[in-house]
Write a protein that binds this ligand. Structure first.
Ligand code: SAM
Ligand code: SF4
Length: 392
């Protein structure tokens, strides 16, 4: 059990970067493996213009209630996630950013990522999204195998997926992430490697490569599909990693591989930065002088829209004794970890209280002997849970 010293001093929110998460809660169809806060779009394939306008208006009103939490900071990155954010028009986003900027400035070159589903893009040329200010795309491909796309209940085809990446690139997007999953029902090693190969060949500049997990409250949990054996899963992991390294990708977080810059938005999460959060079910984290707070917006779209601005369902201070674990759980996911001073800057706690644990982990070869950076060794990275236990 860690013994914590008192708070070092007042926290200084202005020294911590501030991002913005925007949640779009609708999808054309619910995928059988998905436990995200996503709901079937009312009335069929497209989001009606009326509902789009109503939701965008509600987002702006939600944002206005969070201005004080920014404490004078600019927004350093925006991530529009879902659900399926590409159900909202480029015009809608243009209007949204214009409105948000009336209240808080965005930094120059602010990274703005949109999650796009290859099955919802036929009505929205990518050029329009770029024009609207979105400068990074995250395309939810999942796999380039027709049978697997069917098993995953996806609404797009292999051709849709390839076309989406090509169109994003030719529209001028220089930063294109492709989301892929592996360990799919009855997937072979060759099929998993083929998915990576196609993503690389199509020109993805970043790949998020997740192993499929079976989550409670999903169709896959109730009717379990046949998953690859542990041996195949570990071959996929090992050979997939080697393939990506050979293709020039750098693994900077458990599932994140980059050829260019990392996702600045996600790096801010992992380095325990702050983020405002608007939209149904969105989660935020903000620092005040007296501590770190987490909050969540009401989850169901209909409740979110019922009362504008939508209420927060909770706004709670993170207990002081949970902060070391929370910080480490995020920072040590990053291959390069986090600068040592971030610990005190972002938790308000004295790093001295952690020295016995740090020393022990260094002696066990699980943390690097680096006074400037909190970072695990290769071994520590492989046994991250054992490392994190020391901070409980
Ligand atoms: C927030 S989701 C939504 C993205 C987008 N709606 C889509 O599906 O195309 C982001 C990514 O998480 C991954 N994901 C979702 N459910 C997962 C699961 N059960 N196991 C592993 N990865 C999952 C998928 O790769 C997905 O693209
Ligand atoms: S499209 Fe994405 S968010 Fe929507 S149900 Fe499927 S995985 Fe979930």
């Amino acid at each position: 059990m860690l013994k914590l010293s008192n708070f070092l001093s007042d926290l200084v929110p202005q020294s911590i970067p501030l991002s913005l998460y925007v949640h779009m809660p609708w999808c054309v169809r619910k995928c059988p493996y998905c436990d995200f806060n996503s709901h079937t779009v009312p009335g069929g394939k497209q989001l009606s213009l009326e509902l789009e306008n109503e939701y965008l208006y509600a987002l702006v009103e939600d944002f206005k209630t969070q201005i004080d939490l920014a404490q004078g900071r600019k927004i350093s990155s925006v991530f529009i996630g879902g659900g399926t954010p590409s159900l909202i028009s480029a015009k809608g986003y243009q209007w949204l950013f214009h409105q948000l900027k009336q209240h808080i400035e965005f930094i120059e070159d602010c990274e703005i990522t949109l999650e796009a589903n290859p099955g919802t893009l036929e009505h929205q040329p990518f050029e329009d999204y770029l024009q609207a200010g979105i400068n990074r795309l995250s395309i939810g491909v999942q796999t380039f195998n027709t049978e697997h796309l069917k098993k995953l209940g996806r609404i797009h085809s292999v051709d849709n997926a390839m076309l989406a990446i090509q169109q994003a690139k030719s529209a001028g997007f220089q930063r294109v992430n492709v989301d892929l999953m592996h360990g799919l029902p009855e997937q072979t090693l060759e099929q998993a490697l083929y998915d990576l190969k196609l993503a690389v060949e199509q020109g993805a500049t970043h790949i998020s490569w997740y192993q499929l997990t079976i989550e409670p409250n999903t169709v896959f949990f109730r009717t379990k599909p046949v998953l690859p054996s542990d041996n195949i899963l570990s071959d996929i992991q090992e050979q997939g990693e080697q393939y990506l390294i050979d293709a020039g990708f750098i693994n900077y977080e458990v599932s994140a591989w980059r050829k260019e810059k990392p996702s600045m938005h996600n790096v801010n999460y992992w380095q325990f930065g702050d983020y405002l959060a608007i939209g149904a079910g969105a989660h935020g984290k903000v620092t005040k002088e007296d501590g770190v707070y987490r909050f969540q917006k009401t989850r169901l779209p209909k409740d979110y829209l019922e009362k504008t601005p939508a209420p927060m369902v909770n706004f709670e201070k993170v207990a002081e004794d949970e902060l070391p674990f929370e910080f480490m759980m995020n920072a040590l996911r990053l291959k390069e970890g986090a600068p040592m001073p971030y610990y005190s800057q972002r938790t308000g706690l004295d790093i001295e209280a952690l020295q016995p644990s740090l020393l022990q982990l260094r002696q066990q070869g699980l943390l690097l002997k680096d006074e400037k950076q909190l970072v695990s060794t290769e071994q520590g990275y492989r046994f991250l849970n054992a490392v994190l236990e020391k901070f409980l």
